[in-house]
Design a protein around this ligand. Structure first.
Ligand code: FAD
Ligand code: FES
Length: 226
């Protein structure tokens, strides 16, 4: 992989709720599971986005609108893509348990398509969930206000559905710290990823350092290190 941007056309996009949309861009080669791209729009900063799916030359990102770039990206016709960055997530020994907090669901959807497994998916409220009928397979949902599924955090939902399988989880840092604590005390096996500032994306600047690793080089960190 060369660290350079390639211009790629946007194929289609669709709003999934008030905050989240999906966008498909052209990308010929299948990216490894668990990797991400730096996505650049002229006039904006490049931002990291996880591979949410890839099929027949179409790469999917799931984007939560936050600031300028995530807002503007919805109207883009072309984007600059650098990637796939990071490296393939270590493979599970059997069907994994995937634990997603909010937009952390994005990389887990691609893992699920490739590896299968049960998805435990939590958000603040039902308005922030992406359409559940499109997720397929076994999904356990939690919302903090109880507007859908189990009332509580995704960690509460996981505690009610403990499994021996390998765990892959992505969400905000406090959620990952809570899972890290569970991993240490209960001997859970698995990997997690979270949002950190990614600047260079190539292991040079150190901005993405977490748990003694550089997340841009190693996006999936053993859970017990969080
Ligand atoms: C490896 C990686 C993969 C990611 N994958 C996805 C994905 O698949 N889909 C998705 O929607 N988002 C993903 N993100 C987060 C995404 O990169 C940010 O939401 C985006 O950079 C925000 O850009 P913006 O210009 O719209 O907002 P900005 O204007 O940059 O920020 C808006 C607000 O959000 C805060 N903010 C921005 N980025 C972060 C951050 N990383 N952590 C905490 N607060 C932040 C800012 O402080 C500001 O208050 C990922 C992040 C990382 C590190
Ligand atoms: S973003 Fe620069 S080292 Fe990871």
């Amino acid at each position: 992989m060369k660290y350079e941007y390639k211009i790629s056309g946007v194929l289609r996009k669709r709003k999934l709720n008030k905050y989240v949309y999906e966008i498909y861009v052209k990308w010929a080669e299948k990216p490894p599971v668990g990797t991400f791209f730096m996505v650049w729009l002229p006039g904006f900063e490049a931002i990291p986005l996880s591979v949410a799916d890839w099929d027949k030359g179409a790469l999917k990102f799931l984007v939560q609108i936050r600031g300028q770039t995530t807002k503007a990206l919805y109207s883009a016709e072309k984007v600059g893509l650098m990637g796939p960055l990071g490296r393939e997530a270590p493979r599970p020994s059997s069907k994994p348990t995937l634990i997603a907090g909010g937009i952390g669901v994005a990389p887990l959807l691609y893992m699920r398509r490739e590896w299968g497994g049960k998805l435990i998916y939590g958000a603040r409220n039902s308005e922030m969930l992406i359409p559940l009928d499109e997720l397929g397979g076994e999904v356990i949902v939690a919302t903090e206000d109880g507007s859908k599924g189990i009332k509580g955090t995704v960690i509460d939902a996981f505690k009610e559905n403990l499994a021996k399988s390998d765990i892959y989880s992505c969400g905000p840092l406090p959620m990952m710290r809570a899972l890290g604590e569970m991993a240490r005390s209960m001997g859970l096996r698995g990997y997690g990823s979270t949002e950190v500032p990614v600047k260079c994306g190539m292991g040079i600047c150190g901005a993405c350092a977490i748990a003694g690793r550089l997340l841009c080089k190693e996006p999936w960190i053993p859970l017990h290190l969080f």
